[in-house]
Ligand binder design. Structure first.
Ligand code: BMA
Length: 309
């Protein structure tokens, strides 16, 4: 895979074929495609995509690839906002930003259910990547960026989320005995005053377990007079107590620079939703660019651990 990297700027290297998925690849009418969560399957890497329809609300479609770079998209969406049942009231404005975690051999999807009362975190699962069974709404309104850890921590399931307090979002960790009832919530990181992530932070990628701690690739937002800039950073957390921060990047590892990251429905956005790690330690990070396409950037785990912090 050829990559592009401007050595003076970003640690992550963009794939030269970016953007990997654009609206031209979508086989039905829609507005934009962005924020796709990778799923490693026996048949290759699939991406659960957020598509925004022309009506203005979002839903999910499935993209399939054998190499994690070149995707073909299923002809029909795989998950639409619920029209009936207990989720319907909370999905009237769509479903957004899926994050996938394989946990105890089950493929779980945590997504944002958006209704008139605001965004809530919801949990679903799938066995075939095409049919999704909703399990529960797992937060009250005012919460986004939920994602599950890939294993229990001190005997309980764990998740990140991003409640909004006083308008500034922080990353929190919560625990559960059954994935439905959550508590023990603690703040993990807050916006870093005066830095690139001073307005909001949110978890982006399913935490990666390393010898040094949980590596979490997150998004940080800086508010400017021209609007927000979404960048990607990293934080290393204690394996047993993930609210304990070991290290946090003071500089982002990827910032919007290319036209496809600068220009779109929402410009200046690099928003990761997942990563895939190869056996040799190379990571492919999938990110939405300008809320208008899906892109891929790479880095080795070693590079992140040694150069990012
Ligand atoms: C966040 C989420 C993402 C989106 C990003 C940039 O709040 O809603 O879906 O990509 O804003 O617009």
């Amino acid at each position: 895979m050829k990559k592009t990297r401007c050595p003076a700027s970003d640690l992550l290297q963009r794939w030269e074929g970016n953007p990997a998925i654009t609206m031209e690849d979508i086989p039905f009418r829609a507005n934009t495609v962005f924020n796709g969560a990778p799923i490693v399957t026996e048949d290759g890497v699939y991406l659960l995509l957020r598509i925004e329809g022309q009506h203005g609300y979002s839903f999910f479609a499935l993209a399939r690839s054998t190499d994690g770079l070149n995707f073909s998209i299923d002809k029909k969406p795989v998950m639409l906002p619920a029209k009936e049942g207990p989720f319907a009231l909370y999905e009237t404005k769509g479903i957004e930003d899926p994050r996938v975690t394989i946990l105890e051999d089950t493929c779980y999807v945590v997504y944002t259910a958006v209704g008139n009362r605001g965004p809530r975190i919801a949990l679903a699962k799938t066995t075939d990547y095409v049919n999704y069974e909703r399990i529960a709404l797992i937060s009250e309104p005012g919460n986004k960026d939920g994602l599950l850890f890939p294993r229990k921590i001190r005997g309980r399931y764990a998740r990140f989320d991003r409640p909004i307090g006083f308008g500034k979002g922080c990353i929190w960790v919560s625990y559960s005995p059954d994935l439905v009832n959550w508590g023990g919530s603690e703040e993990v990181i807050k916006p870093h005053e005066g830095f690139w992530d001073e307005f909001r932070v949110g978890a982006s990628v399913t935490p990666i377990e390393t010898d040094e701690g949980w590596l979490e690739i997150y998004h940080g937002v800086k508010m400017t007079s021209a609007g927000p800039i979404y960048r990607i950073g990293a934080v290393l957390l204690d394996l047993d107590y993930p609210s304990k921060v070991i290290k946090r990047t003071s500089q982002p590892i990827l910032s919007p620079r290319e036209d496809y990251e600068r220009i779109g429905d929402i410009g200046n956005v690099c928003f990761a939703c997942g990563a895939v790690m190869a056996d040799d330690g190379e990571m492919k990070i999938y990110y939405g660019a300008a809320d208008t396409s899906i892109c891929v950037a790479t880095c080795t785990l070693d590079q992140i651990l040694t150069e990012a912090f």
